[in-house]
Design a protein around this ligand. Sequence first.
Ligand code: HEM
Length: 327
Amino acid sequence: MSIQISFFVWLSAYASCLAQTTVTIDDINDVREDIRQLLDDSGNNRDAIGAVVRLIFHDCAGPFSTTDAGLSQCNGCIDEDNEDHAGLFNGAVDPLEEVFPVYSDIMNRADFWALSATLALEYAQELDESNPGNALPAIPYYFGRETCATSPDAADTKAFVGAAWGWTDIAAWFEEHVDFTERQVVAIMGAHTLGKCHQQFSGYSSIRWKRRGPDQLNNEYFENLFAHAWTHSQSPTGLWEWTALDRGRDILMLNADMSLVMDIDDFVDLNDSGRVACPSGGCPQSPVIDIAQEFADDNQKWLDEFAQVFTQLITTGYDVDDLEVVG
Ligand code: HEM
């Protein structure tokens, strides 16, 4: 290769390293407007908010373990055939596909999903009227992620964290796949303040984690863990779940949620749809109950830590120095 040609090869490689996103703050404002419209149009309680936030968790913590650290990677892909992701194409991927083509020449699907979830959270916090003066810290708008070849459907798949599991398994799974500390896991679980379960997707009763405002981002999920008399029973499909007897069973917790306040590790039967048989004096307290209590007591503290861990979630599998922040 002549000196001239190799110089050009080097130059173009150098230029591609420095390649910057063409996304501007005006583009982000346009996406924000489109996403808010999509969420507003998605039902009385803006059903798509929960689905879009759940989607980014399943994307970033889901299939793909090709990073050096062995972590997952946000890559705009989930496996439609894996029942752990049931409902996500219906509730989030398909609606987002109605907006994505408008922006697909300036951002890929991995960046678009992460941006959409971030904008959904911003909106959900603004909708919360119960904590005046509280605010969600800015979550950076990162660009530069990669997508899998078959996006939005993934060719790879893996077993996802189990809704019936106890704390030890949950904490280990999060550490392995997204490198979260125990405190971060407790904080991120507060996302269940949004949306609800759908019997037709997960098999759990179609009930919310809180009675009102499933489109509002606040710490009510943690408050509810402490505020109610939770009782263990089976959903119509036979899965064991927790409902609040004192609330006429109109709110729900999964074993995974209850494991923030109750140590079910030795008492859960994963071969019996997650049945928990506590000893006569009741199950012991969860090792992370004090963290859950802190978040129940202080909405702003939870919002601060949630924003931090969510930022880590949506950059899973990347060195943030290789990504670009817009805005
Ligand atoms: C131990 C970890 C977790 C487990 C076992 C779990 C399990 C579940 C299950 C079974 C559902 C019901 C799905 C349905 O029936 O439609 C659900 C919904 C949801 N999850 Fe999680 N989840 C976990 C962590 C997370 C995290 C980390 C996030 C977000 C960062 C999240 C966000 C959501 C949201 C927003 C919904 C409501 C979806 C909707 O309304 O359509 N979850 N989760």
